[in-house]
Design a protein around this ligand. Sequence first.
Ligand code: NAD
Length: 321
Amino acid sequence: MANVCPIPSDSYKVGFIGAGKMAESIARGVVKSGILPASRIRTAHSGSARRTAFESIGVTVFDNNNQVVEDSDVIIFSVKPQVVKNVVSQLRPFLSEKQLLVSVAAGVKLKDLQEWAGQDRFIRVMPNTPSAVGEAATVFTLGEKATTEDGELISQLFGAIGKVWKADEKLFDAVTGLRHVPSLMFLKLDLLSLNLMPMSAPVTSCLLSPLGDLSSSELLLHRQADGSGPAYVFLAIEALADGGVAAGLPRELALGLASQTVLGAASMVTSMAKHPGQLKDDVASPGGTTIAGIHELEKSGFRGILMNAVVAAAKRSRELS
Ligand code: NAD
């Protein structure tokens, strides 16, 4: 690996191939953290909405992917998994070993990425959308020619938008299963925040000002039931970690991912002024892993169980007061 040029740590440029939601949340988080100025980030898109989203951060938006590749030291493939093969293969003639290649595409293996790119200096990264609020849970694994320094650069880059773990690629499916729970947590937060709200209150004002116009008895009930909330979430974190362990993750990694994911989901709900249902929809791709997990939860009555828990705690509170 001695012939691999180091990426210049104080001047490297990052290019996103695929100016979508994930790329935007990474770019926003990285710029906000100050680890990389927007002037060192580039992407390409023909659609005006996506161009505006990136230009509003200060990111350079080119007309085509080739320009991004020519002008970047670190190239992050952030297109949908089903188009990654085509996109990487088309850019193959322009890629070189001087560049560090990164993929965030779910379920796409390093072996295939390296083959399509004709380059082995590749890192596979799995972030999640709380990157936009600096609370992502990111896992990465190094390709054959990616150096320890490359790993440190990626760790620093993604560390600016949340917590980062390095893990063997064989654990990635289990990581995906566990770490895609923001959407599942949005279902939970939706229920815990809204269950005791007056029916007439608009959802957004409930979220932004949870104690809004409640009467004093409603307020007491709300506080008592709310006091139980952390316990429900502790159970959920423990159960998610157990699920991760059952799927093959080491306990420490599973617990770290479970707690960071819940933190990230909660941060998105409190800071993005979007309904949790909308945040859930944003990360549930058609036919994807997230909607498969949600389907399983719904079959088991996830929402009903949480609603019952809140109502039971409120009833018990009334009995005790
Ligand atoms: P997205 O649909 O928002 O973004 C993909 C973007 O790629 C779109 O803007 C699309 O116009 C663009 N695109 C399509 N073909 C292109 C091409 N040939 N050249 C350049 N751009 C092209 O999707 P997303 O949610 O941002 O997901 C992107 C990747 O991130 C996926 O591979 C996904 O698996 C991964 N990922 C997403 C999440 C998440 O929570 N959204 C989490 C982890 C990983």
